[in-house]
Design a protein around this ligand. Structure first.
Ligand code: CJB
Length: 844
């Protein structure tokens, strides 16, 4: 409050109110001003990078004005906010999205005006931006889509995350192998605002001092140890067609003592003072590159506590300014835990309330459990977080005591409700009695939250009947709920596929479907309109040609845009079964080779496109990448094959590449072993862009089928109910390998694709080690379904009908629908619209 300008001086301020550019002339003027002042360049020294920078700064000015208004409005209204805590935000590029959401892209791109008039093509300028890649895959991208929807729907919401200096590594393919290169993305980032005045001191290590206060109550104090400073960086998140601009606050770590320790410096120990500085900065230095895998590293736990403690301090500070009673905290604050990574927030809030604010345990716990919601994203055992008790004891001694107390009170309540059931107590204990003892983070998250949700119907059912079954018995079924994932149509339709978006708008009358995706259903009426169908097909072909160009430029492989493009792009993981895909490709290759020249004419030309990163330590995943590349180099150069089959692996799959690849797909692969892919979200993106999918009955594939109709999707394979029995059978030697898969293995082992030793692990996993992911069990059905796809694709008229019909029925999968479900069912928050500073704004 002291920082605000006194009444008499405000008039001068109001006279100089800053406003953003309003027309083409204003945009050009802002652009040139940024080139010449902010960037210290000129018309004689302005390349595309500078043009990107100036264009971004011009749009950023607008954004930040809206951001200020939104934040003022939210503070003034004092209504409930939601805080989305996620270790990953896979944002991708910001400029194009900002132009579209603000609704002023037209100003920048109009011919003879804007960038064009200044000598640049908007497409090239957009390409200059480095992706913000602070995430691994689906979980991080979901967080980014949610931020877009929260702002677009005017919900008062903040994201909290870490400002990694290095995002997910850049992938290079060298001689067919993945090589990881650091992703230093912060050289020039106009989309963040450092807040050097917003800092929090975060404590680690030390000990707990217990004493008795004047009322005889025991008080615990966490003392000693070391301190690291968290510095806030704010990223404005624009809503679509609304001035609401929310905040993503990312924390960066710094040594608490400032530049370096002067004590040490003056005593001649310069090196170690700099080393302390570097050690502190290490906390937010790098994103852990694992997807669906936890490795229990101390630095990762440090990251988690650092981020959680800084965020909670910030949230609590904001709440305390309202001078409300503590019991009102859950009426003002909802915190969503994106997976178990932020689970320590539960313990930290309890510590703040009990140790620092002096609340009674039960009162505090009531506030805590009413504040948090927990989203589970996986049932894979290797991905469920557990932290060793000695590690937590060392790093966060007071938190470990609180975890033990939470567990004690929880187990006492279980014992009261289920007397004498010792097995149940052991099963649900937050502490696993192993050597060393482990804290089961998912259990802690369930016990400390009022709602737990899965991310697709099947997944939400599975968590209730398998990994969290006992907790349904204890808390009742209502604590568990489903919110099927979604995607933002702004980025994944309008931005990635502008021509398709405009074609749809020509039939629905407006671009309103970008705000209410169910309006897509109107295009079903045009499914027989010849002009519409023709343009539809032309757009797909143009998108494929653009991808073919990229393939040529990056891999030297020439592909025919009229071939069927078969795409699998996602993290490389055994459960996602890229190995099954490449085995299928090999099988097709063998069939082509065995065919006579006459028979060969009957094959439908195909391009198999792969992309995705393997965790650097995931040996099998890297072997899969190597096999794909090895198959590509043989097949693509085989004269017998020609255009009938091409195999490409696209390097460094990321959000901006996804925007290029997804609109160019005919068929995409979502072929996880049933019951393993919690939801999947790229399946939704592909269908929304007029591609069909082949998939197992897993995750959101099931709901996509329900929405678009089973004639419009190619399902195959065993069901999740069958998986357990099949695995059981394998372990008892009842496993006879699929004969077509045997042929594939023989070809690999003969050295068809180079030294077979390089691929032995992938074969033994299936043949000798129990085929955990059921590749052999599903292989025949997979091949058969691909033959069905070939036939379906030959009938282009039917194919286009399927595509149009599917798109028209995809309304359910907008992340706007998810966010409304979370808001109503979990967070209990309402939208808070902001009036625009610029009422005359233009729609995209
Ligand atoms: N997911 O991306 C990750 N990383 C994990 O560690 C665990 C799960 C994915 O989350 C997505 C968003 O909910 C899901 O669509 C996807 O199935 C799941 O694997």
């Amino acid at each position: 409050v002291e920082a605000s300008i006194p009444e008499p001086q405000r008039e001068a301020w109001l006279k100089h109110q800053v406003s953003a550019f309003k027309d083409k002339d204003g945009f050009e003027s802002s652009f040139v001003r940024h080139i010449e002042t902010t960037l210290a360049r000129s018309m004689f020294n302005c390349d595309e990078t500078a043009a990107y920078a100036a264009c971004s700064l011009a749009f950023r000015d607008r954004l930040i004005l809206e951001w200020n208004r939104t934040q003022q409005r939210q503070t003034f209204a004092d209504s409930k906010r939601v805080y989305y805590l996620s270790l990953e935000f896979l944002m991708g590029r910001a400029l194009d999205n900002a132009m579209l959401n603000i609704g002023q892209k037209e100003l920048a791109k109009a011919s003879e005006a804007g960038l064009d008039n200044l000598g640049f093509r908007i497409e090239d300028v957009i390409q200059q931006e480095h992706d913000a890649a602070l995430g691994n895959g689906g979980l991080g991208r979901l967080a980014a889509c949610f931020l877009d929807s929260l702002a677009s729907l005017n919900y008062p919401a903040w994201g909290y995350g870490l400002r990694y200096r290095y995002g997910i590594f850049k992938q290079e393919i060298i001689d067919g192998y993945q090589v990881e290169v650091p992703d230093y993305w912060l050289d020039f980032n106009p989309w963040e605002f450092p807040r050097h005045d917003v800092t929090v001191d975060i404590q680690f290590y030390g000990y707990v001092h217990k004493s008795t206060d004047e009322n005889g109550k025991t008080v615990a104090r966490w003392e000693g140890g070391e301190t690291v400073k968290a510095v806030a960086y704010d990223v404005p998140i624009p809503g679509y067609a609304t001035p609401s601009t929310n905040n993503l606050r990312l924390w960066s770590s710094k040594a608490a003592s400032g530049e370096f320790d002067f004590q040490k410096f003056n005593s001649g120990d310069y090196e170690s003072s700099v080393a302390d500085q570097q050690r502190a900065e290490t906390i937010s230095a790098v994103l852990y590159p694992n997807d669906n895998l936890e490795r229990g590293k101390e630095l990762r736990l440090k990251q988690q506590y650092f981020w959680v403690a800084a965020s909670l301090y910030d949230i609590v500070r904001r709440f305390k300014k309202t001078r409300r009673a503590w019991k009102e905290f859950p009426d003002q604050v909802a915190i969503q835990l994106n997976d178990t990574h932020p689970t320590l927030a539960i313990v930290e809030l309890q510590r703040i309330l009990v140790d620092l604010e002096g609340l009674e345990w039960d009162e505090a716990w009531n506030i805590v459990t009413n504040t948090f919601g927990y989203t589970n994203h996986t049932v894979l055992p290797e991905a469920l977080e557990k932290w060793s008790v000695p590690l937590i004891q060392h790093l966060l001694p007071r938190h470990l005591q609180i975890v033990y107390d939470i567990n004690l009170f929880f187990l006492q309540s279980v014992e009261r409700a289920h007397p004498g059931d010792r097995d149940l107590l052991a099963r649900v204990s937050i502490i696993e009695e192993s050597q060393p003892k482990m804290v089961r983070m998912a259990y802690l998250a369930i016990v400390g939250s009022h709602k737990v949700n899965g991310v697709a119907e099947l997944h939400s059912d599975l968590i209730k009947t398998t990994i969290f079954k006992d907790f349904v018995t204890i808390f009742g079924p209502d604590k568990f709920t489903n919110v099927t994932n979604g995607i933002t149509p702004r980025r994944w339709l309008h931005q990635a596929n502008p021509r398709l978006s405009d074609l749809i708008a020509s039939k629905t009358g407006t671009h309103d479907f970008l705000k209410d995706l169910t309006l897509l259903n109107k295009i079903e009426l045009s499914v027989d309109d010849p002009a519409f169908r023709k343009e539809w097909a032309a757009i797909k072909l143009a998108n494929k040609a653009k991808l073919a160009e990229h393939i040529k430029n990056t891999t030297d492989v020439v592909v025919d845009p009229s071939a069927l493009f078969d795409v699998q792009v996602k993290r490389i993981h055994e459960y996602k079964r890229q190995q099954m895909n490449i085995f299928g490709v090999i099988h097709r290759y063998l069939r082509i080779k065995a065919a006579s020249p006459e028979e060969r004419k009957k094959f439908l030309p195909r391009v198999s496109i792969f992309g995705g990163k393997a965790a650097p330590g995931y040996w099998m995943a890297k072997q899969i990448i190597h096999l794909i590349n090895a198959v590509g180099s043989v097949v693509n150069n085989d004269k017998d094959v020609g255009n009938l089959l091409k195999v490409v692996f696209l390097e460094d799959y990321n959000v901006s590449k996804a925007e290029l690849i997804i609109p160019a797909s005919d068929i995409s692969e979502h072929i996880s072993t049933a019951g393993t892919e919690a939801s999947g979200t790229s399946n939704m993106k592909f269908v929304l862009n007029g591609g069909l999918i082949i998939g197992t009955c897993d995750g959101a594939n099931i709901e996509i089928t329900r929405e678009i109709g089973e004639n419009n999707i190619f399902l195959f394979g065993n069901l999740s109910e069958e998986v357990e029995d099949l695995r059981h059978g394998h372990n008892y030697g009842l496993h006879t390998l699929d004969p077509e898969l045997v042929q594939v293995f023989e070809a690999i082992e003969k050295g068809t694709f180079g030294d077979s030793k390089d691929f032995a692990g992938m074969i033994t996993a299936v043949r000798d080690h129990g085929d955990y992911y059921l590749v052999s069990d599903d292989f025949h059905s997979y091949l058969e379904t691909h033959d069905v796809i070939d036939e379906a694709y030959r009938n282009q008229e039917d194919w286009i009908t399927k595509c149009i019909t599917s798109v028209s029925r995809m309304g359910f999968f907008t992340s706007d629908r998810c966010i409304n479900e979370y808001a109503e069912g979990i967070w209990n928050i309402e939208p808070l619209p902001v009036e625009s500073a610029e009422p005359e704004k233009i729609e995209a």
